[in-house]
Design a protein. Structure first.
Length: 202
């Protein structure tokens, strides 16, 4: 038993050291993405979010708002339990009138690129074996990249997006209704935070 406790202690110390090293490397402000997001300022956040109680005019800060499910009218918000592929996300965009061609990065990873005169962003889609694996992949990816990185998860799919301010991430997600497609998650200083209200899957 003592040996097991000693091993656990060593692992915890190693994990703590890794967290410190990660914070030292990225300054606890998130790995820079060095990109400008495409234009999404036309999205009216008042139509997208509400307070946790469902009231209007929420503060766009973590734990102070949720997505308004009414913004997702016509989109199936029920949890998806069957295995999904990148084709499912491609079809979702096509149904919104968005033409984007996925490019295979490697193995189970695909890139979705969005660009206009204002900027360009590439989202990384990971196709995993199960919803649990996708949840773990997105959570670990967000924590390793640091504050400001965000993503959405639907079933066994995990979509990672580069660093953006919370309002910018919410606007971009809302422009393509990504919060209606998957569970929106945003990396804070010490953890990754889920924003509910639209598509929900636990």
């Amino acid at each position: 038993m003592k040996g097991a406790r000693a091993t656990l202690h060593r692992r915890l110390v190693a994990c703590a050291a890794l967290v410190v090293a990660t914070c030292s490397a990225v300054g606890c402000v998130g790995r820079p993405s060095n990109i400008d997001y495409p234009e999404a300022s036309g999205v009216d956040l008042d139509t997208v979010v509400v307070t946790p109680e469902g009231d209007e005019d929420p503060s766009i800060t973590l734990s102070e708002f949720k997505f308004d499910a009414g913004y997702c009218q016509g989109i199936d918000l029920h949890p998806q339990l069957q295995p999904l592929t990148y084709h499912d996300l491609t079809r979702f965009f096509a149904a919104r009138g968005v033409t984007v061609t996925p490019k295979k990065a490697r193995g189970n990873l695909w890139w979705y690129e969005f660009s206009d005169d204002e900027g360009s962003v590439r989202l990384r889609l990971a196709v995993l074996d199960s919803p649990d694996a996708a949840a773990k992949d997105l959570h670990e990816s967000l924590l390793s990249h640091g504050p400001g990185w965000w993503g959405v998860r639907r079933g066994n799919l995990a979509l990672l997006a580069p660093k953006a301010g919370l309002k910018e991430a919410v606007r971009f997600a809302a422009k393509y209704k990504l919060q209606c497609w998957g569970l929106f998650t945003y990396a804070g200083v010490d953890d990754a935070y889920v924003v509910g209200g639209a598509y929900t899957e636990w």
